[in-house]
Design a protein around this ligand. Structure first.
Ligand code: UFG
Length: 329
């Protein structure tokens, strides 16, 4: 049975990955320091959780010398663009330095391959749309730069040490486990869909619409929302791709459909049957007007096939999860 190490497996995307891996009969060890993840996001009893830091070299040495892994999936990272501008040191420490420690340990212990969580933010301000893998990488904030630096390290580590990897650039991860067992939980929450749903539930103040004066059809920002279960699926396909002996690569993951903030609010209204309490607010610093992925390479090369591309389905799964969370409180 294949044994996989999932770093950051108690977080939003990582926990959906763990669920999917266990359903596909993989053996899973989760390494998570629980700084932003939640222990109870790992629902299955057969996933072993090690509470620890990916930057702890002694812990990695112990883990890699006592257990054999067929692959590593690295989700653990800080993800807030605004925070990264204010506290770049934290971002470079967590996202770059700790990942370097992981890569060194993997090389030394002969562990691989690696699937790395990257982001649309590695591209910066789009020069054309949809964004394919050939698009120039010019990140405009420390968060995007930190992921870009790791992507660069991955290329160099392959060339010098033969460490095989796939970097997956997520566009806007959204939705929740279709079975409703897990979902999105960030503290603080900054993402559009959960904030809109919380506003509907009255659990938070009205949603602030950050800017209505963008050069988009309705003036609000356009994003490519991709279901978290589809994202997890892409990781499995990427592992299979590397196990088959294919080269180190990077793929953009989205649906290729852009939805504006207003269109997401309309979807929330259709799904919940209630209007989204909202107010107009100034633009948020660092938000590009339009971010949409060209994922043809992931589809053709990895055989990835997103199942929940419809925005109402994505919102419906998120809504089911939020209602469950309210009942659990
Ligand atoms: N938005 C609002 N009001 C809110 C929150 C968001 O209007 O309260 C708008 C944003 O301005 C943006 C859109 O909704 O136009 C989506 O915002 P999110 O914060 O949900 O997502 P981002 O596109 O900003 O972020 C995504 C990932 C981040 C990643 C970033 C990189 O979720 O983790 O892409 O570009 F860093």
């Amino acid at each position: 049975m294949f044994n996989l190490l999932v770093i950051g497996g108690a977080g939003y995307i990582g926990s959906h990955m763990v669920k999917q891996l266990l359903e596909a009969d993989y053996h899973v060890v989760v390494l998570d320091d629980l700084s932003t993840g939640f222990e109870n996001a790992i629902t299955a009893e057969n996933a072993r959780l090690i509470i620890g830091d990916v930057g702890d070299r002694a812990l990695l040495d112990l883990l890699f010398s006592t257990e054999k892994f067929d692959g590593v999936l690295h989700f653990a990272s800080l993800i807030q663009v605004g925070e990264s501008v204010a506290q770049p040191a934290r971002y470079y420490r967590s996202n770059v330095a700790k990942t370097l420690t992981l890569l060194e340990a993997m090389v030394e212990h002969g562990v691989g391959p690696l699937i790395f969580s990257s982001t649309a933010a590695v591209f910066g301000e789009p020069e054309y749309s949809p964004i394919d893998e050939a698009h120039r990488q010019a990140p405009i904030n420390p968060y995007g730069a930190s992921k870009f630096m790791v992507e660069r390290m991955l290329e160099d580590f392959d060339r010098a040490y033969g460490l095989k990897s796939v970097a997956l650039r997520y566009f806007n991860a959204a939705g929740a486990d279709p079975e409703g067992r897990i979902g999105e939980r960030h503290d603080p929450e900054t993402h559009l869909i959960p904030l809109a749903l919380h506003a509907v539930l009255g659990a938070r103040p009205p949603l602030k619409v950050f800017g209505r004066d963008y050069s988009t059809p309705d003036g609000t920002c356009v994003r490519d929302y991709i279901h978290v279960t589809d994202l997890a699926e892409a990781h499995l396909r990427a592992l299979e791709y590397l196990w088959a002996g294919n080269p180190t690569a990077r793929f953009n993951l989205g649906n290729g459909n852009g939805f504006s903030v207003q269109e997401v609010m309309d979807a929330v209204e259709r799904v919940t049957g209630q209007p989204v309490p909202h107010e107009n607010a100034p633009r948020r610093t660092g938000d590009p007007a339009h971010l949409v992925a060209d994922s043809r390479a992931a589809k053709s090369t990895l055989g990835w096939n997103p199942r929940y591309a419809d925005i109402d389905t994505i919102v419906a799964h998120a809504w089911a999860w939020e209602q469950k969370r309210v009942r659990l409180r």
